[in-house]
Design a protein around this ligand. Structure first.
Ligand code: NOJ
Length: 738
């Protein structure tokens, strides 16, 4: 439809019809199965409103969406199609690793392909919009949604934000891909204490410098929608926060797409205590230019009276309605309300060989080898007896909590993967131990008492499992433990104050390591866990996140040396929970701890814990030794740009992927600057014994920050450049900015 026709359509709608476009309801209103993604409340919304609604939350599947669309179109006076929006977070049917694992690939190009494939599946299944990517910067592993973020760094997160949006929206305006809704704008990841839905309060400088760049990158990459976050910023919940939505997002960044509230966030302005009732909540949200109300009656019931009373302008509402209609039009829904979705297409698109291959590659690149004492890894296939134990050993829950459309039965378990390398004489397996000592907390997620009682192993089975594991271990040369968090222990509303392995698994591990076999620990988790005890107990540790549909194959390839691990942490792993929030790019203090062995008081340190994380940002081992040398700057001064090179040499007989990382320190600024900031990275392939020169171009723009006057500028003076395999082990050089 041409712009003029769209405007005419807008003008021909009644207020009731217009406001309907600004309301999103979940599947239960359309007789479709409902996915519980927020608190369930009676909304008091009648059929008349439902018939006018503009979009549907979390209903997918070509058949289901078509049925709902057909019913809706039959009733719609103007034949305005519904938008189907859904949580397609890290895969639709083919599930990739959780985003924290995607962050660990340090490979945005690869992740762009993954999201393109995801969009292909989702589009076939009738989804028009995905609530992804989630690009919230996160530095506190207590927060359950750490799982959904690519990590702690603005530059890395921005690179992934761009890649994900680009992948999802490939060829969007010509009928390809699906529309991307970046979330949760803004700074949701900075919830105080890592407690879900909690307050965010920080300086505007920090907000702009560290928290906003990833959303900005998504907007610059053309994402069609933005979702508001649940948190407050500077005293005002974001859904009603004009500074964030109007000033920054709309005015400064020029975003003219659709802003959608998070689930029930408009009505939650009342619980926040900034609105007295639904009407005030609706007014605050629409005035902040929040276009769509997800799952509350506020807009449906209150916008019209607000217009009639002259409390809000008609233009304000018209602009929101127009943005929604424009999105529908841009997606071609007026011409084809299904956007090509069909069951035949689903069959063609889902879980193809190509997608499985890609999922395996992504999964392999996401795994981080944290420790490899005595080079116990890789294991030689069929040369020794390997005992695989643990609740994740033969478990299809490797796709994690937020893989809403993934199917467990598609998942390759770790045991299945191991069977590619070991015959039955060499592979021993038993579960050995339960996932959790107590499943009662699942009651909070809707499980009944009866259901909870059926979970896990009974006392007799626990004893037998342990006995079997100990007996099998006697015959084994190496024990591989597949341990980790329960899927429900991370994700939304999955904040925890104790982020160690579940106690029952810790006890099991201790008993087993006493047998003094070679040991490898595979960690499945939605966050960095505290692994301080485990690094002493086992020889090797592979951090595998929730690795997705092909997780078992990818892990087996690494364990048996077919793949050289290349993942690098995109989030620091704490030594103890007491260090949180924890991140490498901390600001300089007046009394820095200059040596980890410092004795005495009066420096910035803990009495009972190192300042350093257990595993640093950027860290990850491989089976190769890669040496760094000859850090060279083409000049001691920067005018417009600087060329920085370093030589990397693979001193091993196997090929490797090396992530070369470049950090800077702005030595003196008009305000305090971080001790290190990532500015660039390159993932390079190195054949056995190969040497390569890796070159970076740093420009003045890379040195900008928010100065004392809040200007985004670079300041002349001395800079230190650090280049290395992680934030800690770097070569250094200096230059002066003219
Ligand atoms: C609430 C979550 O915060 C958000 O990430 C999600 O997209 C919506 N629910 C819709 O399910």
């Amino acid at each position: 439809m041409k712009e003029q026709a769209l405007k005419e359509l807008l003008n021909s709608l009644t207020w009731e019809e217009k406001i309907g476009q600004l309301v999103q309801l979940s599947g239960d209103f359309f007789h479709a199965d409902q996915l519980a993604v927020g608190p369930q409340k009676k909304l008091g919304i009648d059929q008349r409103i439902v018939d006018q609604v503009g979009s549907v939350l979390n209903v997918t599947g070509a058949e289901k969406t078509k049925e709902i669309q057909d019913r809706h179109m039959a009733k719609s006076r103007h034949k305005i199609p519904l938008l189907f929006m859904a949580d397609i977070i890290y895969g639709y049917r083919t599930i990739f690793p959780i985003p924290l694992g995607l962050g660990a690939t340090w490979n945005p190009d690869l992740i762009e392909s993954a999201y393109q494939q995801t969009a292909e599946e989702a589009k076939a299944a009738g989804a028009h919009v995905t609530f992804a990517p989630m690009v919230d910067l996160v530095r506190d592993a207590r927060w359950g949604r750490t799982l959904e973020s690519t990590g702690e760094d603005p530059v890395l997160n921005a690179a992934f934000a761009k890649a994900m949006v680009t992948g999802l929206q490939k060829d969007l305006l010509n009928g390809g891909g699906i529309a991307s809704c970046v979330k949760h704008f803004a700074a949701y990841g900075a919830a105080e204490g890592g407690r879900e839905y909690n307050t965010v309060d920080m300086s505007e400088r920090r907000l702009r410098q560290e928290y906003l760049p990833a959303y900005k990158a998504a907007v610059d990459a053309g994402c069609q929608l933005v979702m508001t976050s649940f948190n407050t910023y500077d005293g005002m919940p974001v859904t009603g926060n004009q500074f964030l939505l109007k000033e920054i997002l709309r005015k400064e960044w020029g975003f003219d797409g659709v802003i959608i509230s998070d689930y029930a966030a408009i009505q939650e302005l009342i619980a926040h205590g900034v609105a007295a009732d639904d009407r005030e909540a609706a007014k605050l949200a629409i005035e902040a230019t929040t276009d769509i109300d997800m799952k509350t009656p506020c807009y449906a019931k209150e916008l019209e009276p607000l217009i009639e009373n002259g409390e809000i302008s008609t233009e304000l509402v018209d602009r929101s309605v127009y943005r929604v209609l424009k999105l529908k039009n841009d997606l071609g829904l007026f011409e084809d309300p299904y956007r090509g979705a069909s069951q035949a297409l689903e069959e063609q698109a889902f879980l193809t060989e190509e997608k499985r291959r890609l999922a395996k590659k992504v999964s392999a690149e996401s795994v981080v080898l944290l420790q490899n004492r005595n080079q116990v890894l890789p294991l030689a296939p069929n040369k020794e007896k390997v005992l695989l134990v643990g609740p994740y050993g033969d478990n299809q829950e490797l796709i994690g909590l937020w893989a809403v459309h993934g199917q467990r039965e598609d998942v390759v378990t770790i045991k299945k993967g191991f069977e590619n390398y070991l015959d039955s004489d060499h592979l021993l397996y038993t579960q050995g131990c339960d996932m959790l000592e107590d499943y009662a907390f699942l009651g909070e997620f809707g499980a009944t008492k009866d259901q909870i009682e059926q979970l896990g192993l009974d006392e007799q089975m626990k004893a037998t499992e342990l006995e079997t594991a100990l007996a099998l271990a006697q015959q084994a040369d190496t024990i591989v433990f597949a341990l980790g968090e329960h899927t429900m222990q991370s994700g939304e509303a999955g904040s925890r104050t104790d982020i160690t392995l579940p106690k029952i698994q810790q006890v099991f591990l201790q008993k087993m390591v006493e047998l003094k076999k070679k040991t490898v620990l595979i960690v499945i988790s939605g966050r960095p866990l505290v692994l301080t005890k485990e690094i002493e107990q086992v020889d090797a540790i592979l951090q595998a996140w929730f690795p997705g549909t092909e997780g078992g194959n990818a892990l087996a390839d690494i364990v048996f040396g077919q793949t050289n691990p290349s993942g690098r942490l995109s989030m620091s792993f704490p030594y103890s929970v007491g260090q949180l929030p924890l991140y490498y790019s901390e600001f300089k203090t007046g009394r820095p701890l200059t040596s980890p062995t410092h004795k005495g008081r009066f420096v910035s340190k803990y009495l009972d814990s190192p300042n350093e994380p257990l595993f640093s940002f950027g860290f990850g081992l491989s089976y190769s030794k890669v040496e760094y040398s000859e850090l060279t700057l083409n000049s001691e001064y920067m005018n417009e740009s600087l060329t920085i090179s370093v030589t990397v040499k693979n001193r091993s007989d196997r090929s490797a992927q090396e992530t070369v990382q470049l950090y800077i320190q702005d030595v003196t600024g008009s305000v305090v600057r971080p001790i290190k900031e990532l500015k660039a990275f390159q993932k390079v392939d190195l054949r056995a014994d190969e040497e390569k020169k890796v070159t970076f171009h740093l420009t003045r723009a890379d040195l900008k920050f928010y100065t004392k006057e809040m200007l985004f500028e670079e300041e002349p003076g001395k800079f230190i450049v650090f280049v290395g395999p992680n934030v800690k082990e770097t070569l250094e050089a200096t230059f002066d900015l003219k």
